[in-house]
Design a protein around this ligand. Sequence first.
Ligand code: UDX
Length: 433
Amino acid sequence: MKLTVVGTGYVGLVTGTCFAETGNYVTCVDIDANKVAKLSGGEITIFEPGLEVLFARNLKEGRLTFTTDLAAGLADAEVVFLALPTPPGEDGSADLSYILGVSDQIGKLLKDYKVIIDKSTVPVGTAGKVHAAIAKNYSGDFDVVSNPEFLREGVAVDDFMKPDRVVIGTTSERAQKLMKDLYAPFVRQGNPIIFMDEKSAELTKYAANSFLATKISFMNEIARLCEKLGADVDMVRKGIGTDERIGKRFLFPGIGYGGSCFPKDVKALIKSSTEVAYDFKILNAVEEVNELQKLHLVSQIKAYYNDSLKGKHFALWGLAFKPNTDDIREAPALYIIDALLAAGATVTAFDPEAMKNVKRLLGDSIAFAEDPYSALQNADALIIATEWNEFRTPVFEQIASLLKTKTIFDGRNLFEVEQVRGLGFHYQSIGRP
Ligand code: UDX
């Protein structure tokens, strides 16, 4: 099939590359000429494990091309994916100006039947708005489909290639048939394509992310309770996660959820609920708990130093909002840095991928280290904010010899409490005795 993907951000690039990998011809369109030039020249613009190989192969074989020209991109495509940003506005609602702007242009360019697919996370009712924006300028036949993505950064290629499910929101049989053919290679293992109406598909995406955020906030509260009661959240997590109704995944307490999706989507669903006069009580609490959790580790640190962080120096391992990405959007580490600096402390950070992004954001308000160990020099304590694999089995003797005092504050529960304390460290983590 011939496809167009509008928007070469994270979702667009993964979507375009993965569809090219299954033999489709994909034209990716973006208004950013600089980005298009880089991508056309073989330079990948995002960090995503596994993507680069697929990107290079499909570019070389001519199945993946890039352009700034929407008209050329649309010319002979049957299917047009919209993978455009929906940034949160001041009030938390998703800003649809990119999506509706492109829809308007598409309406002016359409000459024959095409399926226009919303891949972005958009509020319920957006497919209808996209339809109306196109229909303003085009009176022929076309369909608008809601097809939310459920990609996790860091494992997006795998999530795309082997999805748990594909959700397709359209009641048009013609569009359903096209979508079924397009996704057939990805659901061969037996996972379902679930067809539904546009609004239910749009809400499915928000409900999935909000439910996962709820699991995390719930566990963060259980962890807080464990700290007060002297229980161990690792045990409680295992104890409940083995119940299949609950499931083992997404039960890890920490320093709050971050990233480009959960914070934005929880806010947007609260906003959408308010707009229809529904008070989504649980979600308000999920958000409030998350805000508190982002600073919980700093509260632990302040309490340890009797509220006096002035002149203290901290080594910080991890800046990305989670491992295997350079993404620092809503990264809890940034909130921790802010709070430490505000309290008069200094920070030297190390992250395998995200340092350049943080440098761009924070300039030289913190220092950066070449490797995890050199971050430790002259630090009063080590703080862990992202669970990169390379932090999981450090040489503790080296940590001990570099730190001023053997002190670790672990926001991701990476180590066994007994083992680290046995080595003489003061070791504080989340929800463990
Ligand atoms: C998420 C959804 O998982 C994905 O389906 C959707 O398409 C986009 O949003 P992503 O933001 O890439 O993906 O990251 P994810 O792995 O879901 O983690 C989100 C946040 O939750 C991270 O900050 C992570 O550290 C935190 N988290 C996750 C926890 O604190 N505890 C957990 O048990 C799991």
